[in-house]
Structures are given as C-alpha cells and as structure tokens.
Write a protein that binds this ligand. Sequence first.
Ligand code: CUA
Length: 407
Amino acid sequence: MNPVADTVSKVDTAFIFIFSVSFIILFIITFLMVFFVFKYHKSRHPEPADIEGNVLAETLWTVIPIFIVAAMFYYGWEGYKALREAPENSMNVKVEAKMWSWKFIYPDGKTSRDLYVPAHTPVKLEMTSLDVIHSFYVPAFRIKMDTVPGMETYTWFRSGEPDEYDIQCAEYCGVRHAFMLSKVYVLPEDEYQEWKEEGKEPEKKGPDISVLMDYGCVDCHSMDGSELVGPTFEDIYNRETVVVLEDGTEKTVKADEEYLKRAILQPNAEVVKGYDPMMPSYEGSLNEGDLERMIDVLTGKQEEEKQEPNLVELGRQIAENEGCTGCHSTNGEIYAGPTFKGLMDREVLVEKDGKDMTLTADARYIISSINNPGEHIVKGYDNIMPAYDYLEEKQMKALIEYLSTLK
Ligand code: CUA
C-alpha cells in the first residue's frame, strides 16, 4: 500500500480491525450454529436440558465484548482524530463546490478546477458550497467531507509522492452529480512552483476521454482492453475486424475513421462478430463537433493535436476548466443554463429590468453575458451565474471560436 497520507494508515487500521473482528465473529457464530445443529439434534439429544445460571459464561460474554467494542472505539477514535487534526504548517486551500464542479482557491488568490499541490505537504481544505450540499471525496486519501452552503467545513491530507488522484462528489446533487469529477495533482516541488507562477499545467496522463464519458460510450467500451458489453476502444484505430451485417452475412472491415463514424451513427448495420446488436444509434443526438472529437480520441489524433492547441481547442478547454460546461451543455440538453449548442447568432428572448426583449446572441452579447451575466437573463433561467470578468481577451476570443463550432 502506498502511504500517501497520515489519514490513510489510521483509517485503514480502524477499517481492517473492525472488519477482521466482524469476520472472526461471523466465522465463530456460523461454526457454532452448525455444530449445535448436529450435536443437539433430536436423534442424539431427545430431552432438552434446562440450564440456569453459569457465572463464568455470563462474565465472559459480558467482558469479552466490552473489550472488543472498546478496542473498536479506540481505533475509530484514533482515525477520527487523524482526520480532524490538520498540522499547524498546512497549506490552506479554499474549496468552493457548486453544481457541478469544484473550484480551488490558493493562498495567493490563484484558482483552478483541479487541485494542484506540492508533494509531501500537509494540505488543509476549507470548504463551502455555493448551492446545495456536495461531498468532497478523495478515496486515495481516505477523506470525505460534506460541503454545505452557508457553512465552512474542513478536511486535510498529506500529499505523498507525485501522482494524480481522483476527486468525486459523494452527495447526490442533481442531474450531473455523476460528472462532478476532478483530480488532485501532486507535483514535485519545482513543477508545483512552475504551475503556480506560470499556470503551466503538468502533462496529463493519457487521452482526454471526457467526450466519451459524456455520451456514456465508456460504460460499454473499455479504454484498457478489458471486456465489457461492447468491444474495447484500446488500439481500435485501423483494427481489422469481422462484422456481421443486418442480413447475417459477415465481412472483414478496417476500423478507419469512416467505419468508426458509421459505427457510432448506425451501430447495428455492422456489428462486430461476437457482440449483440444492442447499441443505440447516436444519429441526431450527437453534434458534428462531438463526433469529430470522439473520432480524434479513438484514432489518437487528439494526442497529436495536444502538442499545439488551436483557438477552438483552447476555447473548449476554457469552457471546461472554468466550469461553463457544468451548467451549459454542448449537446442541446438543458442543465442550469441555456445550452451552448447553436447558441452563436441565435435569437434569444431575454429579460432586462423586468422587460422582455429579443437579442441576437452574437459575439458582443456573449462576451457581455460572460462579464456581467445578470444584465440580460435568458427568459426561463435563474440569475445564478457568477461573473467571469477575469477572463482575458484572448480567452474570450477562444471561447467565441469554440462556441461557433457548436452548431
Ligand atoms: Cu455535487 Cu454530487
């Protein structure tokens, strides 16, 4: 086990102790039950005995459980103390949860959507929520703490070796609860300083598969070669595959870009041999941009493009990192705010000072809505969006470029 945090060993000790005791007791009880069924079976023991009072037995079954329970309490209490007592020299980071993303605010005012910390450092998280109750959960550090609107809660951990760890929301908080994910990046001291000063993000492991997650692709297709309901995505590009056509004939195809597109849009026209034709068609529910992105991930093109992000890609990253896509879908679905799909140059009915008016969502309108969202609220939505007036001109431009691709 990788001892990444003080909290880990204490929590694990309590868990293993309680689990072992429970397991042993289960074993003893089961054994005795079976043993008594045989020993006192009617055929061997026709007359039941009526035993009254046995001081030794009564003392033992009182005293032994007291020791067991007291020991469980001891380890539980030690674990609890470890979770509650953050070292004095901890680095303090504020955490703001909102539907459906995390925001981390560092002592120098810098903010991020993933948590970046230097290695081997105690980190105290002072947390709150801007809307409903969420729960900050990092399984690897064995920490989980609710974030509550109007209240500050805290938790802490000691970052261990450089690595990345998952953050999940562990309290149901609405339709996108399952997507309220983030990461802790534990960086070597020098890389952390670099990130802090230049905002240089460390190389993330593997491809960005968020588009495959958004559409649920990875629920049925693994990324690592393991067998799920459908064929794995690992090395799928240009793989030679035997497929079964709708009329039952078989043919061999090469999984090139054209094939992958067909397989997403008309999945049951050519089903990989050995699998059931059960995949729903994504025709109509998938926009061009997302389809292209899926293909880019599957073919590995995304990895190549990562080297030099263009403006559209930069815009997409900003929309994700700033949490925009937590409230604005890119596929036409309605979350807390209007969808980004087809937003550019759409006629929108907005409310200003209590009056309705129609506007065209051009670049100027969109930039002003980002800087000052309360000014024109699209009819039917609540005035809940925070201002993003700290975005730079270049970032705004990238966002506009990106939005223009979401037709
Ligand atoms: Cu936030 Cu569940």
